[in-house]
Design a protein around this ligand. Structure first.
Ligand code: ZN
Ligand code: ZN
Length: 251
């Protein structure tokens, strides 16, 4: 049984209701973190999972609202009361290794691991196998190096995570018939911004991909003034979950 925990359903704009982007996927014995916006590390403690438990971090892109807690995670792994021993992999789309080298150059030995093996990886068009999961990526319409992830289990179940994106054919094909489609839904229909989705565009992607369930996240504070669920329902008649911090969804 696998479970998705929403650590932050918001964005980079501070909100008392919604933390910055961070999703935790608990699958058998492995813990996969997808993005680590500011506050993710502390929020994760509320779910009973610590920086020592994370096996793999997948980054959708390097905007600060999705990556800001990477340095604090590495710092905690090094200076926590119990030294981390198990392997950790940090992965992202094209250019991720360069980004990682840059922060390593800047923070030097403060984040350099000594007690555990750390691997960085750029996931390309070839699938990446980790523990009991298979990870596929496609580029998204946000930054040139943005990627969305499709995670598949041997039992045929899958989850797809868009990260930040605008409407594009890639997210529809990546999400084809998935069990749980996690889409960003940054702004209400009336306030569309390039490079981001609205609830009705998210609904359109859900309809076209024939996903089983749709979960909306990455909600800017302005979304609280609109009926996001209803806007999405106009385009998609299936089950829609409006993401909230610390919500758990079984896959
Ligand atoms: Zn974002
Ligand atoms: Zn972004």
């Amino acid at each position: 049984m696998s479970e998705l925990v929403i650590l932050g359903s918001g964005t980079g704009i501070p909100s008392l209701r919604r933390g910055s982007p961070g999703l935790l996927l608990i699958s058998n014995d492995s813990h996969v973190l997808i993005d680590s916006g500011p506050g993710t590390l502390r929020r994760m403690l509320e779910t009973g999972v610590t920086y020592r438990d994370i096996d793999l971090i997948l980054y959708t892109h390097i905007h600060p609202d999705h990556t800001a807690d990477l340095v604090p995670i590495l710092f905690a792994c090094k200076y926590g009361e119990l030294p981390r021993e198990k392997r950790m992999i940090c992965a992202g789309g094209p250019g991720f290794k360069r980004y990682f080298q840059k922060i390593k150059r800047f923070y030097g030995s403060w984040i350099e691991p000594h007690t555990y093996p750390l691997t960085t990886k750029e996931i390309s068009s070839k699938p990446f196998f980790f523990s009991d999961i298979k990870i596929l990526t496609k580029s998204m319409a946000h930054l040139p190096e943005s990627v969305g992830y499709r995670i598949e289990w041997e039992n045929g179940k899958s989850i797809v995570i868009s990260g930040d994106t605008d409407y594009c054919a890639n997210i529809v094909s990546l999400a084809l018939e998935t069990d749980l489609l996690v889409l960003e839904s940054s702004f209400p229909d009336e306030k569309k911004v390039d490079g981001h989705l609205t609830p009705s565009l998210a609904g359109r992607i859900a309809r076209e991909s024939r996903c089983k369930r749709l979960l909306l996240t990455h909600l800017y504070p302005i979304c609280e003034q609109y009926d996001i669920l209803n806007q999405c329902r106009q385009a998609y008649q299936g089950e829609i979950i409006l993401g909230e911090d610390l919500m758990r969804v079984k896959i």
